[in-house]
Design a protein around this ligand. Sequence first.
Ligand code: SF4
Length: 143
Amino acid sequence: MKNSPAALFSVRDVYHDLALRPVERSCLRRTECCQFKLTGRTPQLTRGESLLAAQAFRATGRKNLPEPTDGSCPFLQSQTQKCLIYESRPFGCRTHYCQAAGGPLERKEILHLIRQLEHLDAELGGDGPHALPQAVTWALSER
Ligand code: SF4
């Protein structure tokens, strides 16, 4: 099993590769996609993504993951409506653009990056992606 620093490096590498791609989308940070109850969609995280998100969350000085009652992402700050871990946000948050931003990327466009995250998940002993709140809760208990 890879150690965590190497795993986090690999995940950042995937995010970096994604960022280098020319994409005709423009995130307006409307945070619509952060309202899980509203959209009916919750980002699914592999283990490496979960560990990176947990590390970023801890770096803010917080310990316990908030449990929003409005069905929004636990990383969405209610007062500012900003993502607490934006630089380390999961792959799904980087690829599932809302319609106003140009719509989600097609799976086939990013399949090889998804495969890299899945491969890393298996190396870390994972059993596939899990919904963000559960995935990050697991990662916080690991660190
Ligand atoms: S991790 Fe950040 S960008 Fe992703 S859904 Fe949560 S608040 Fe939104």
